[in-house]
Design a protein around this ligand. Sequence first.
Ligand SMILES: NC(=O)C1=CN([C@@H]2O[C@H](COP(=O)(O)OP(=O)(O)OC[C@H]3O[C@@H](n4cnc5c(N)ncnc54)[C@H](OP(=O)(O)O)[C@@H]3O)[C@@H](O)[C@H]2O)C=CC1
Ligand SMILES: O=C(O)CCC(=O)C(=O)O
Ligand SMILES: [Mg+2]
Length: 744
Amino acid sequence: MSKTPKIIYTLTDEAPALATYSLLPIIDAYTDSAGISVETRDISLAGRIICLFPEYLSDEQQLGDHLAELGELAKTPEANIIKLPNISASVPQLKAAIRELQGQGYKLPDYPDEPTSDVERDIKARYDRVKGSAVNPVLREGNSDRRAPKSVKNYARKYPHRMGEWSADSQSHVACMSEGDFYGSERSATMSAEGAVKIELIGKDGSTTVLKEKTPVLAGEVIDAAVMSHQALTAFIKEQVADAKARDVLFSLHLKATMMKVSDPIMFGIVVEAFYGEVLEKHAEALSEVGFDANNGIGDLYATIAKLPTDKQDEIKADIEALYAERPRLAMVNSHKGITNLHVPSDVIIDASMPAMIRDSGKMWGADDALHDAKAVIPDRCYATIYQATIDDCKANGAFDPTTMGSVPNVGLMAQKAEEYGSHDKTFQIPADGTVRVTNDAGEVIFEHAVEKGDIWRMCQTKDAPIKDWVKLAVTRARDSETPAVFWLDANRAHDAQLINKVEAYLAEHDTSGLDIRILAPVDAMKLSLERIRRGEDTISVTGNVLRDYLTDLFPIMELGTSAKMLSIVPLMNGGGLFETGAGGSAPKHVQQLLEENHLRWDSLGEFLALAASLEHLGKTFDNARARVLAKALDEANGKFLDSNKSPSRKVGELDNRGSHFYLAMYWAEALAAQDEDAELKALFGKLAEEFHAKEAVIVEELNAVQGQAVDIQGYYHPNGELTERVMRPSETLNAALALVAKG
Ligand SMILES: NC(=O)C1=CN([C@@H]2O[C@H](COP(=O)(O)OP(=O)(O)OC[C@H]3O[C@@H](n4cnc5c(N)ncnc54)[C@H](OP(=O)(O)O)[C@@H]3O)[C@@H](O)[C@H]2O)C=CC1
Ligand SMILES: O=C(O)CCC(=O)C(=O)O
Ligand SMILES: [Mg+2]
């Protein structure tokens, strides 16, 4: 390969972005000295907003479209991208980020909720491009390989995290619909030829509305469509509200309003309307006047009614309080601040929220700041059953034991926007009763659904090449790790039935002799995996995109305490490498703690593991010996880091993210000093390792001494770079030592 060896490190949001201020100077110092270039690209929410509106901003304020650039790069063989978690913004977050930037002098337009002119429609359309999960699908030109490396698993066995105990009489459970959901209505077909499909709504009055004129499809591609009935969902929620009250458990809702950015905020809104129904109806006129949108959560009610006269505000608030007395208790996001599970659609995200509940004895936080049994409402049946199976297992057998349990790594189908349910431009809230029809170029009907006003109809595409690649990846992982692999596919589900045909056909193209590869419905796959994990056995889960997301938080959180300790690789289909860090989010709570007490508990292990994998990949693709030396040494350093338990503590005054970076740097320098493949690096890092050893106590003291006081970095979505750097690099001794190897 002719191009220069280069790694792209992404600048994102919240806790991982803060951690980057401390970690990147270390990475730069080590890679510079080896002649490897590490460049950054800004894909933060603020950065993505800024690049939408060049004509509104001064030259100095403008920023290029780094995400689009990386999206193109991901399709090339030289791609080597380290991708940290970023915010997938809900509307309330998007508005907050715009407000913050405006306050910093960025003359950005407001987000028009209900645009009334072409200019406003254009502004809204631009903003909507950065909403929800707008980053990951652009970069994911490959399928996903997420697992806990052996060293990490050993760490968890040696230093087990706390797991809440389970009792057999726990009242916690999952509630899902039995009809009228996506699962029940799904239709699916495999395209026989390249072409396009058209989506139309035929009204009861015979009128035709084109919902989407043209959706290109490739031969072999699987498309499917399903509908969630507004009425059925409302009826289900009302039943569940009553049932939670009767059983005296917390009511909680678990959706993925960030990734399923069109469908799930609407479902969230339907639940908010069902829960707060009487109050919202009573004050409908006033609430409509101020622009309250239930899809943005009950938090939006409190924000928008500020425009009403005080007595009206008080009346609405009193009515809500009175309603709470009749309703079941709500699970809380922040009981101190009165933020409920129904406040903001992006606060409770199912992949992280259900595992947290299972880790905490099946309980969630109540308004009284104590843990209680909860009803977890997961309306659609497609995947809800896996969580009930996990709860059943914990009730029968007690909590999982991190010191003995096996592992469930994942091979996930996600390349080329595979199975991006409920997002993007093929999901609609239906404006009138009728029939939604999908037709091909010849005008033949592929599927149709009877729909009612308010229903959510979604279509989804999964291309053939990614499916083939996914099957290959599964076979390779099963072979390399000598581990049984289970495809989590439900023959009773239309989409999965199509996939099963393909999986069977593609498996036949591989040598699977001696391998244990099965296809099981999700609930059975879960039962088998849990049974095995309790026996200390590993089972690879081979799943579609949604279960990839759910399982790569669920199992790591049970096995390791957090998905931040995962290795998360995306072998790009054109030969490049995308190295995601961990599987979890951007940890808003961690930022709060840093601002309040200057302690950052973010665990950068995912970044350390990703960097080692990225350097190794660079060493291979560019035949770069120094990258290989750095990778090998970093791998050793990661092992020592885990073995010595230098991960950040959660408590102020103790080693935090910055201190953990120092130890990683020290162990990495030691390993480079100990190797004999590259004499120059050996000498250079030998000096640094000596310096670190001599100054270890001083550096740790300098890093820990700053903790305990509030800090101000003048921004949440777009903090001041200089101030943040000062906060994140407080040890002069460490900074001076790094300068010994940095080439500048
Ligand atoms: N790949 C990506 O880009 C992803 C992005 N997201 C985005 O992140 C945001 C938050 O999502 P969500 O995952 O629900 O919530 P969090 O980021 O808050 O994660 C949930 C909890 O997991 C723990 N955690 C996560 N990462 C780490 C880490 N590196 N070190 C230590 N603990 C960690 C924390 O537990 P504790 O509080 O106990 O310390 C945290 O509160 C959203 O905007 C979401 O869209 C989410 C998932 C993936
Ligand atoms: O893209 C997102 O919004 C979240 C992605 C995620 O949670 C994951 O990939 O595990
Ligand atoms: Mg996830």
